[in-house]
Ligand binder design. Structure first.
Ligand code: HEM
Ligand code: HEM
Ligand SMILES: [Fe+2]
Length: 463
């Protein structure tokens, strides 16, 4: 760790681990409900479990992005964070707001809009909190003489994500218009500006872990940003096919969203190419595994499985079914959850001076969680395709079909158990790393030189 203020990232990462654990519990509640055992219905009905599960996901991913930025920005800018104390305040405020929202859901205090269920007064708190975060990293970059492409893309990705939260708050009583704006947040986040955040964090990790020249890696970052904007912005149209918006969206949405996998494909090729070029010599092999794994799995989950239902002729049947859940799990896992696991795996040894990446449990966590998630995706796929055939093709009643497909959720539960074992193993390692020991060493700029010259973490937390 080069700067003392970077240690605040640890608190954000610890929050991620906590919220992810809670998210998984709610996943199991829904899994059992789908399998016919909705025993908690009177306390936690399905809609509450679902809103809690997805909002916890968004919350821990945001906490992860913030932690990543608080780690990366001082390192890239060669200076301490502008206001380290504000970062702590801002973390506490985020957790308090999030927990209030989650408790509120259990008392029917919610907005009922998928992914944006947080009640309106709390939305304002989220906006203020995120703006404080943006101000903190923005001011750090501003006062530093070193403005790298990686930190600028990360900053603008985060700023755009904060601003894009606002369209979701436009008041309207029209269902179509409400849906129209909701997608500005949900789609333009995951298939737009979050991809910039992802590209920047991947670039940072690849620079550090492969030893390939920064110039080469950052050139690819421009290509990724280009592909993302070219396809992702108008790709929003793939959510406007059948919600009451004009028909021209069928063409625009179909065409541009079909191009979206390209950005993920470029990221996957780029990560593999850089890892190969760098000779994979960095001692922290697990961080590189999560980094390259993230680029690959995001292509499978977002690119490939997204494409699978993005054409209007297919989406007409699959819209809002478990096929969507199949894609949602693998895409969020591959692109964003694995990204945060990658930065945590990279930063922890440097923060704490321990080299747990050599421990077999680190590799075990990677493979078990990933195999578990692939199996979960398959279970959702089988249930989803069966649902589409029975409900949309054969015209059976929604609830009759839900009963028919209950059996597939036992498969989901089994797969989810495997996945959970992997996650427990990751969290166990996180706990064993302990808390950061702040021995900052600004003299060492820590950048790897080809091939993989960045030294291993030594006890004492220096790089
Ligand atoms: C990391 C990137 C991505 C993530 C995290 C993601 C996640 C999701 C989630 C959670 C939903 C459900 C949203 C809702 O109903 O409110 C969804 C819907 C959808 N996604 Fe993605 N996605 C990603 C990328 C893509 C890409 C690249 C494509 C196309 C090539 C795509 C195609 C779709 C389509 C067509 C739907 C609508 C499904 C429906 O009509 O029910 N997604 N995505
Ligand atoms: C033990 C693990 C998990 C289980 C059993 C589980 C189960 C479920 C179930 C049953 C649903 C509701 C599907 C429906 O609407 O009928 C759901 C929704 C969702 N879960 Fe999970 N989940 C788990 C972990 C995760 C993880 C780790 C992620 C993200 C990385 C995730 C992301 C999502 C998303 C995005 C949705 C909404 C999908 C949509 O919009 O259709 N889940 N989950
Ligand atoms: Fe989308």
């Amino acid at each position: 760790m080069r700067f003392k203020s970077q240690k605040v990232a640890w608190a954000f990462f610890a929050t991620c681990m906590l919220l992810l654990s809670l998210q998984i519990i709610y996943g199991f509640i829904m899994g059992f409900a789908h399998a016919g055992y909705d025993n908690l219905h009177s306390v936690i009905p399905f809609n509450v479990a679902r809103a809690t599960h997805t909002n916890l996901l968004v919350m821990w991913l945001l906490a992860g992005f913030m932690g990543a930025a608080y780690w990366i920005i001082p390192d890239e800018c060669d200076c301490e964070l502008a206001w380290p104390r504000l970062a702590w305040v801002q973390l506490i405020a985020l957790v308090v707001t999030g927990v209030t929202a989650i408790i509120g859901f259990h008392f029917n205090w919610w907005e009922g809009r998928k992914f944006l269920e947080i009640p309106r007064p709390l939305d304002f708190l989220v906006v203020i909190d995120v703006l404080l975060f943006i101000a903190n990293i923005g001011w750090t970059i501003w006062k530093s003489p070193r403005k790298s492409t990686t930190s600028m893309v990360l900053f603008f990705g985060l700023l755009a994500a904060a601003l894009l939260y606002l369209p979701g708050m436009i008041p309207t009583s029209n269902q179509t218009i409400d849906s129209y704006w909701r997608w500005w947040v949900v789609h333009l986040w995951v298939e737009g500006v979050w991809e910039l955040i992802m590209g920047a964090i991947l670039a940072y990790l690849l620079i550090k872990l492969t030893g390939v020249d920064r110039e080469i890696i950052e050139k690819w970052l421009y290509v990724i940003v280009g592909f993302t904007f070219l396809s992702g912005i108008l790709g929003t149209g793939h959510h406007y096919y059948y919600i009451g918006t004009p028909r021209y969206w069928l063409l625009i949405g179909g065409l541009f969203s079909a191009l979206e996998p390209l950005a993920f494909l470029v990221m996957a090729i780029y990560a593999f190419a850089m890892a190969k070029k760098g000779g994979r010599n960095h001692p922290n092999r697990i961080a590189l595994l999560w980094t390259v794994g993230c680029a690959f799995m995001s292509f499978v989950g977002a690119g490939f499985l997204g494409f699978a239902h993005t054409l209007p002729s297919v989406n007409m049947y699959t819209h809002g079914t478990l096929v969507t859940a199949m894609h949602g799990h693998m895409a969020f896992w591959g692109a964003y959850a694995m990204l945060i696991f990658a930065i945590i795996s990279y930063a922890m040894p440097l923060m704490t001076g321990r080299k747990l990446y050599e421990h077999v449990s680190a590799a075990f966590a990677f493979w078990t969680a990933n195999i578990g998630m692939v199996a979960m995706t398959l279970a959702f796929a089988v249930a989803g395709v069966a649902q589409v055939m029975l409900e949309r093709r054969a015209g059976m009643d929604f609830l009759t079909v839900q009963k028919e497909i209950e059996v597939h959720f036992w498969g989901l539960i089994l797969a989810a158990c495997l996945f959970t074992v992997g996650i427990i193993s990751f969290i166990w390692n996180f706990i064993r790393y302990g808390t950061p020991i702040a021995l900052a060493n600004p003299a060492n700029n820590g950048e790897a030189r080809a091939p993989a010259a960045e030294p291993a973490a030594t006890v004492g937390g220096t790089e």
